[in-house]
Each structure stands twice: as C-alpha cells, then as structure tokens.
Design a protein around this ligand. Sequence first.
Ligand code: KIV
Length: 287
Amino acid sequence: MRKKITKSTLINMKRRGEKIAAITSYDFLSTKIIDESGVDLILVGDSLGMVILGYDNTLPVTMEEIIHHLKAVSRAKPGAMVAGDLPFMSYQASVEDAVRNAGRLVKDGGAESVKLEGGQQYVPVIEAILKASIPVLGHLGLTPQSLHQFGGYKVQGKDRASADRLFNDALCLERAGCFAIVLECIPWQLAKRITEAVSIPTIGIGAGPYCDGQVLVVNDMLGIHVHPLPRFVKKYEDMGSRIGKAVSAYVDDVKNGRFPEPEHSYSSGTGENDNPKELHEMGEDAG
Ligand code: KIV
C-alpha cells in the first residue's frame, strides 16, 4: 500500500526539487492501474466530457457527471491525491454556489481537493472554499471553460501584457492559498517565470519543462482518441489502434466460428458430453 499523498507532500516535493507526475482518471479500474505506477496526483477533470462522454468541449459537463466519475475513482482508494474539477457554472455565479459544489465533490464524490479555472477574480471564491477546509488547485492559461472568450484553443500569455496578467494571477492564487497551480498551454518562458516566483508547485500541460510537475489526459497519452492531439501531448502508447485490432480479431473469430473454443465452454458434468472437444463439435453442429 502506498503512502497517501497530500497537498503538503506536493509542496514539499517542490521544495526538494522533485518533479510531480499528475494524470487524469475517470474510472475505478484505470485508477487502480494508474495508482500503482506511482503517480502523485489524479485529476477527475472535466476533460471527461470530451474523452468519455463525447461532448464537443467541456462546457456541458455537470456536477452529477463529475461526481459519478469521482466516486468510481475514489473507490479505488489511490495513494495519489485525488482532485475533482469544478465544472463550468458550478462556481462562476456565486461564492455560495462554489462552496456548496466544492463540498459536494468532497462529500459525495470523495475528492480530496478541487480544481477551478481562473485568476485574480476568483480569489474570493478560492478563499471561501478554503474556509470550508477544502484544498484548492488553481488553473491558469488556456482554461478550456473560457473557450468562447478566447475564440478557440489558443496558446495564452504570448504577448507581454497577457503574460504579466497571468504572472499576476499566479501570485494571487498563491496568496489566496491554492496548494498548486495547473499551467495550461502557455510559453515555457512564462511558465518558468511563474514557477520560480511562487512557492507552491506549478503543474504544466503544454507549458514546457520548467514546471514543478506535468499533467496529461490519460486517454491522450495512451492514444485513445478520435480527434488530432495537441502538440504538447506525448503519446506513450497507441491503445486506440491496439483495441481496434483486438476487437476486429474477436469479430472475425465469432463470425468464422473460431470463438468460443472448447476451453471457453462449460460441460453439464453429466458425463454424456464431458469431452470438451465433443461439446465444441456439438456446438458447431447446432450453429
Ligand atoms: O479537465 C482536465 O482534465 C484538466 C487537465 C487537462 C489539467 O483540466
């Protein structure tokens, strides 16, 4: 059994210069496998809307959907810290909504922390959630819930003014009490500047090598996807085509009577047709 990772573990990792490995997960079995690989932080991200539920973007994701998947992930009792994403419109309208919904992720879903997107303007929300004793993970840069505001999935913080705004946002999140900040799709120079300026870990996704840690969407890094992947994804496997090949072989076997074979079949045990070979042949005749 792994030692439980908490927000203090992650902050201490930054102090020691130890990199943090984070990944998304959405179900029980994958979480069991992922956790054994020694990952530090598991995020039940609203990316589940796109990679699990087939939405075009993360905006339609509901609290119920996040909680449903959070429950499955937390049932795996991972040693990694579990963060649950606050979906679009679960924290934007009021501080009360934010605290209530963050509480639901912890109480109903089993999250050990919550993540929300946004900078300085969300400081009151972050402070209120922290008052309810819920650790908060910040998220800056290409925050997908602001897709329409950005006019598409574009690298953020490329010019001096927007880089300075994001830098200031990071300082605000640190001051507000976030235990770490996800930096998504920003130039590596800006991510480095932020990482060096804050005492809490930065966890990059498309933010270069100088962050204190990295996060990837598990389906992307395993190669289970239908849309082209962003450049920042490193594909560690091509599971999509491997699954396709395996299922095609199964379909072919079924259609050509090669499956099930004797070892996949049960005998009644009466002695009459106990020979699995005979049983198999009988099955073929009957078919
Ligand atoms: O929703 C998500 O999975 C995320 C990560 C990609 C950081 O926000």
